[in-house]
Ligand binder design. Structure first.
Ligand code: HEM
Ligand code: HEM
Length: 471
């Protein structure tokens, strides 16, 4: 096994541990909606939410790094250049995450001055880490970029997937620089912040996960390179073509010119197109393999990724992307419903799939099956969809009572939060959140134990479906 593949496993282990931290923080934030006094003055709602969404971004990034460190040496037939530096950066990354989490939990907030910006919180949603840590992340991402590019040069090999990945890493790196607030004007500040949030999650991350899934498909299902690369090019053309101007759907209500209504509405309505393409491809693949594979969990999670991405990002995003509708849904729990479904489908399902592929290969498991993964798969997906449903009900109550009937006044906001539809949605979210947490525990159990003797089926799988088989 290449050194970089060992590093990949470390990245995934830490990523999935942070996934657990994220769930605990999410559950705590959810309790606040039902019991506002919960831990009041000790650990505020805002802190639990920051922990929840920042760990989400960080563990996803770690998973992406891990996936690339795993597939890259196989792709070029060469150890990753600068892998020692990559390892040092991994430990720097972990240390920074622990220190920042400690600051968020124990210090929480400071005065509105430069000290707070540097050492407590930069105040930008999703990337709240203080400035020193944000600089650390810049260095980690820069090292990762260097490792990928230098490896391709040293190995003198360039494939379609690798070329796309390298081109994608440039905006991935540059856009993160937006995490450093530099504007005092609120409108301008929000304008650029959306470049980071939207263009990261709806463009560069989509391309990154598409590259990772392309490798995963080749390794797991033996899909020919020309097919995955063709799909990759189509996806990128569509993601970039619609996603960049689709950014306009975040510019409706932040004080930017009105022409964003038309631009944002039109281009973001096109954004689901690449996701439809992925679903068609997934259904085709599943048909070819009759839903059978030697690594069933990886196969099912990959399938869940295509569908989750399509419904969560495509359908749920499309529902509220036109300005005429967004006027009523903006910033309600409707948005949160979409945020959970889209993120889950687009990234988390894909990363779970890749972790199964990696561990199966690392443990030399011929075939991966059993019942634990099925329980985890069912509980996590039912839990997530239940949460999404609960949030949608609460969001609809807000859109109708607060926006449409109440005229968006503060009083209407408060009374909508008290409506029984809203409150019931919050209970539903918490209940399904608990189910989701149970699914996570079973997932971790399965990931930690499969392939270690007990559930490995020794029967030789068909050659074309063998785990890790190359085309
Ligand atoms: C990978 C794909 C996607 C992910 C991970 C994602 C995630 C999110 C998240 C987390 C938010 C909340 C942002 C915040 O205010 O904090 C959001 C907002 C939004 N998303 Fe997506 N999204 C994706 C794709 C899409 C697509 C394809 C569309 C449209 C077709 C869309 C439409 C919207 C809209 C309109 C909002 C703003 C909601 C509001 O006004 O409150 N998203 N998205
Ligand atoms: C036990 C499971 C979970 C619970 C209880 C939970 C709960 C919450 C809560 C209470 C918030 C704050 C919403 C607000 O400000 O009103 C939140 C935000 C968020 N969560 Fe979760 N969550 C869970 C799992 C997840 C997962 C698995 C993902 C991603 C795949 C995720 C992604 C997000 C995102 C993107 C936001 C920000 C949305 C926005 O502000 O529009 N959560 N979550």
């Amino acid at each position: 096994m290449y050194l970089s593949q060992k590093l990949a496993i470390k990245y995934f282990v830490v990523a999935f541990a942070l996934f657990g931290v994220m769930i605990v923080a999410g559950l705590m934030a959810a309790v606040y909606y039902i019991q506002p006094q919960f831990l009041f003055n000790t650990l505020e709602f805002s802190t639990t939410k920051i922990l929840h969404i920042d760990t989400l971004v960080i563990w996803n990034l770690m998973g992406f790094f891990g996936a690339v460190y795993w597939f890259l040496p196989d792709e070029v037939g060469h150890e990753v250049v600068g892998i020692r530096l990559g390892e040092i950066m991994f430990y720097v990354f972990c240390l920074a995450v622990v220190v920042v989490a400690g600051v968020f939990i124990f210090v929480q907030y400071g005065h509105a001055n430069a000290f707070s910006l540097w050492f407590i919180n930069q105040g930008r949603k999703y990337v709240e880490a203080p400035r020193w840590a944000a600089i650390g992340i810049v260095l980690v991402v820069a090292t990762f970029m260097y490792n990928v590019i230098a490896t391709a040069i040293k190995a003198r090999k360039m494939t379609g997937i690798l070329a796309v990945l390298i081109v994608d890493l440039i905006p991935l790196f540059v856009l993160y620089l937006d995490a450093f607030p530099a504007e005092t004007n609120m409108v301008k500040d929000m304008y650029w912040w959306w470049w980071l949030v939207h263009l990261w999650v709806e463009a560069t991350w989509e391309v990154l996960i598409a590259c990772i899934m392309a490798w995963a498909l080749m390794q797991m299902l033996n899909t020919p390179r020309r097919i995955v690369e063709t799909w990759l090019y189509i996806t990128i053309a569509l993601v970039m073509g619609s996603g960049i101007l689709g950014l306009g759907h975040h510019y409706y209500w932040i004080g930017t010119p009105q022409y964003w209504f038309g631009i944002g509405g039109f281009f973001s309505a096109l954004e689901p197109l690449p996701l439809v393409g992925m679903v068609i491809h997934a259904v085709y693949d599943a048909g070819v393999h009759r839903m059978q594979s030697s690594n069933r969990p990886a196969f099912y999670w990959m399938f869940a990724e295509a569908f989750g991405n399509f419904f969560g990002a495509g359908v749920f995003g499309f529902m509220m992307t036109l300005p005429q509708i967004n006027l009523f849904t903006h910033g309600t729990q409707w948005t949160v419903s979409h945020g959970h479904f889209a993120w889950w489908g687009a990234y988390v399902c894909g990363l779970i799939s890749v972790f199964y592929i990696i561990l199966a290969k690392a443990r030399g498991a011929q075939s991966v099956n059993g019942s634990a993964w099925k329980w985890a798969f069912a509980l996590l997906n039912i839990g997530l969809i239940g949460m999404v449903g609960g949030l949608l009900i609460s969001g609809m109550a807000q859109a109708f009572y607060e926006r449409a009937l109440g005229g968006s006044t503060v009083q209407a906001y408060i009374s909508a939060q008290g409506s029984s539809w809203f409150v019931e949605g919050m209970y539903v979210r918490l209940a399904f959140g608990a189910l989701f947490a149970l699914g996570y525990l079973i997932l971790i159990y399965d990931l930690a134990t499969f392939g270690k003797g007990r559930r490995v089926q020794q029967a030789e799988p068909p050659q074309s479906l063998a785990v890790g088989a190359h085309p």
